[in-house]
Design a protein around this ligand. Sequence first.
Ligand code: SAM
Ligand code: DTB
Ligand code: SF4
Length: 330
Amino acid sequence: MPTPDLSRLGEIRSDWTLEEARGVFALPFNDLLFHAQRVHRQNFDPNRVQVSTLLSIKTGACPEDCAYCPQSVRYETHVGREELLDLGDVLDAAQAARRNGATRFCMGAAYRNPKPKQLEQIKAMVREVRALGLETCATLGMLTPDQARELKDAGLDYYNHNLDTSEAFYGEIITTRTYQDRLDTLAAVRDAGLNVCCGGILGMGESDLDRVQLLLTLATLPQHPESVPINQLVQVEGTPLHGLPALDPLDLVRTIATARLLMPKSYVRLSAGRTDMSDAVQALCFLAGANSIFHGEKLLTTPNPGQTRDEELFARLGLRPEAGSAAPAA
Ligand code: SAM
Ligand code: DTB
Ligand code: SF4
């Protein structure tokens, strides 16, 4: 594997080649972490972590067949079918998130794509959550350009839509929508002026090359996503991916460091899977350039470490939550 030009690490580029990205990923571990931390410090306060809270506003019975997902209607899991939450319940959760120090509130729905009536209800949620002084994020499946613009007009700050893995491995995981469908939604979101949150999942049986190719696809978009969630697969009984060998934590760290180097100014979120990670692994992820997490007891339908464990982790590492950028409530 040729060594990449180390003097160029830190540049914001959308013209990375596969050879270069593979070279970064394959650097000796200490070199990789050194450069990732160096570039991280050029762009961010190394001791600040952005904190978001997730709420599942529509749970279960999703028509898609994503092999990792407990919410697919095709798999028998602990997740039942629920209706779209009422505005009042969403606002209660948003207020609690704000009290607990979150600066961004992300609303997730188990949809293939939102229908017009659902979008109207969700726009009202976005408006009201933003009025609380929280940044808003939504993940609702595929969007048309018009829907993306409507959400932007309602005050949405971020839209999360993951590529999940490389184009080559994608067909092993999802058959009900294409990689191009996902790229089209990302383009609609970007064109509407929304911030893009896009990443993937590790531990689904993908190779190192798949990991590099996912990051390369993200890093060669016309503009890097502002936020790149790296999820470790949460294995849920009843889903096809339950029972796979556990991810090697050093592969997770390596992937995060590569994301930091390919997309120096993007927030890299250590997303799902933290309940299965030791403090030491999470510390290495932060050293590698991760600077955002979800906090709270629950992700969408699976457990997350919770307030106490995260406060202890932050105290042990001298980390502090980042202040929010949304306008305070009038
Ligand atoms: N239904 C919408 C969609 O798929 O775009 C939005 C919600 S979906 C649950 C959001 C993301 O959560 C997925 O793209 C996937 O990356 C992640 N995810 C879902 N189940 C997961 C699991 N078991 N482990 C890790 N990440 C998971
Ligand atoms: C993302 O990349 N990870 C979050 C968020 N975006 C929506 C979701 C993780 C879901 C984990 C499985 C669950 O709790 O259902
Ligand atoms: Fe549905 Fe999203 Fe789960 Fe796929 S990841 S099954 S689209 S909720």
